[in-house]
Design a protein around this ligand. Structure first.
Ligand code: EPZ
Length: 418
């Protein structure tokens, strides 16, 4: 198994363009299954999760053509409503294929999605919403056998008990070609929801209010193909900014939508970073030594993003002072803490709370990625640590970061994969 080898202590320097958003491209690829004709997606990141989504579409009979960051999906030949279990298990977000497959085929047969390192990943909100829209779902031995009660979904009012990103996406896609109107209350407001709505509207859908807590979808007869550019990845942008912060470096991240990072800028400044924010790029200069930013509570958007919690914990490990994290979104998203402690971090976990006592320096060690964002936190720690760090289980990191060692090398890091 390959590992990343990182020699720490080198400040990052330079400019980096941020690739397309994993968490936007995945629901949009799923939605493409409900479109009649050809979808051309630009700025699609080259990630293993995107590979998995393309494999699911191929298994349904869609024709996929990929060149670098462009993915073309032609659904004319779509002839199946069954997703093989091994593909469903590849990633958590495969559940978002349920709505589009049922909308297109009237039926769907899928297994529960892959378990995830972040604690139990229930799908009750997805299933309840789709049932309310008229999908009969039989659950047996981990297989979901689904069939529309009528020939289309039927619009209704759905009130989510939690603003689940995936459930909001599943419901919007199903509602797009439903009979009548659907209202989604307490919908997720993440930027990726807006990107999905923009994609669907480009296909002829009528989705209003995306990005707000109440979304209205007027069902249309069918969706036609379109050409669309995926938004930039806000979490990847945040990660590289953290890289400059933890190494006392100075970088500019470009091709982003900086307002999506508004929850982080005040915290970077509180930790002693200098920032210059423009609409599509951000310049950051890290201090000689970071200061703690106090308490970080992860919240649904526009609050502090849970996906930035692990990277943020990494930079807090070497900040002067005590930092407190409260992980409000996932049940168990601190698996990276144990690996950070191998590098000399001082972290105490109490349930959903993590207390980090900043240390002057971390030390290189052999550590293992536990999940996507936990893995990148170890890379950030390695960039700052004294000596060499190796990070294994790179499959986690490759799910969400394009050629991480290449991008960091471009910024001056001493890092290679072997
Ligand atoms: C999306 O996951 C993202 N993944 C996650 O990013 C992100 O952390 C999460 O949203 C929150 O922002 C993709 O977009 C592919 P949720 P999702 O449904 O849709 C509970 C990354 O690192 N819940 O908003 O799975 C759930 O257990 C990944 O890129 C239910 O209880 O997130 C969790 O505690 C990690 N029942 C909370 O809601 C349900 O039916 C948030 O989940 C669905 C969710």
């Amino acid at each position: 198994m390959k590992k990343l080898h990182i020699t720490g202590g080198i400040p990052l320097n330079g400019e980096l363009s941020v690739h397309g958003a994993k968490n936007s491209s995945l629901p949009i690829l799923a939605a493409a299954a409900s479109v009649h004709g050809k979808t051309i997606l630009h700025n699609c990141p080259q990630l293993s999760d995107v590979d998995a989504a393309c494999e699911i579409l191929s298994s349904l009979g869609c024709r996929i053509i990929r060149t670098a960051t462009t993915v073309e999906v032609d659904t004319e030949g779509m002839d199946s409503y069954h997703v093989p279990e091994h593909l469903m298990r590849e990633m958590r977000s495969s559940i978002v294929f349920l709505g589009p497959i049922a909308a297109r085929m009237g039926k769907a047969q899928i297994s529960f999605p892959g378990g995830c390192e972040l604690g139990p990943r229930p799908i009750d909100l997805h299933l309840a919403g789709l049932r309310q829209l008229g999908l009969n779902i039989q659950e047996e031995h981990g297989i979901l056998d689904c069939e529309l009660r009528q020939d289309k979904f039927v619009g209704t009012h759905i009130s989510l008990s939690f603003p689940s990103v995936g459930a909001t996406e599943n419901i919007i896609i199903a509602a797009a070609t439903a009979e009548g109107d659907t209202i989604i209350s307490n919908a997720a407001q993440e930027p990726e929801i807006i990107d999905l709505a923009n994609f669907l509207n480009a296909c002829g859908a009528k989705v209003y209010g995306a990005g707000k807590s109440c979304i209205v979808v007027h069902g249309v007869d069918r969706l036609h193909g379109t050409e669309f550019t995926v938004m930039p990845d806000r979490i990847v942008a945040a990660t590289y900014l953290c890289g400059a912060a933890i190494t006392g470096g100075e970088i500019t991240v470009t091709d982003i939508q900086s307002e999506q990072l508004n929850s982080l800028f005040p915290l970077f400044k509180k930790m002693g970073c200098q920032l210059k924010e423009e609409h599509d790029k951000v310049w950051i200069k890290g201090p000689q030594r970071l200061r703690s930013c106090g308490t970080v509570r992860t919240m649904p958007y526009p609050g502090f993003p849970t996906d930035a919690q692990a990277p943020w914990m990494a930079i807090s490990c070497v900040a002067d002072g005590t930092s407190v994290f409260v992980e409000n979104i996932f049940e168990s998203r601190y698996k990276h803490a144990g690996e950070l402690m191998r590098m000399g971090a001082n972290i105490r976990i109490e349930g959903r709370v993590a207390i980090v006592e900043g240390v002057k320096t971390l030390y290189g060690a052999n550590v293992e990625a536990t999940d996507l964002r936990g893995g990148i936190a170890l890379v950030l720690a390695g960039l700052s640590a004294q000596g060499e760090t190796t990070v294994s289980n790179l499959c986690h990191i490759d799910r969400g970061y394009e050629q991480i060692e290449k991008s960091l090398s471009l910024l001056g890091a001493k890092i290679y994969r072997e």
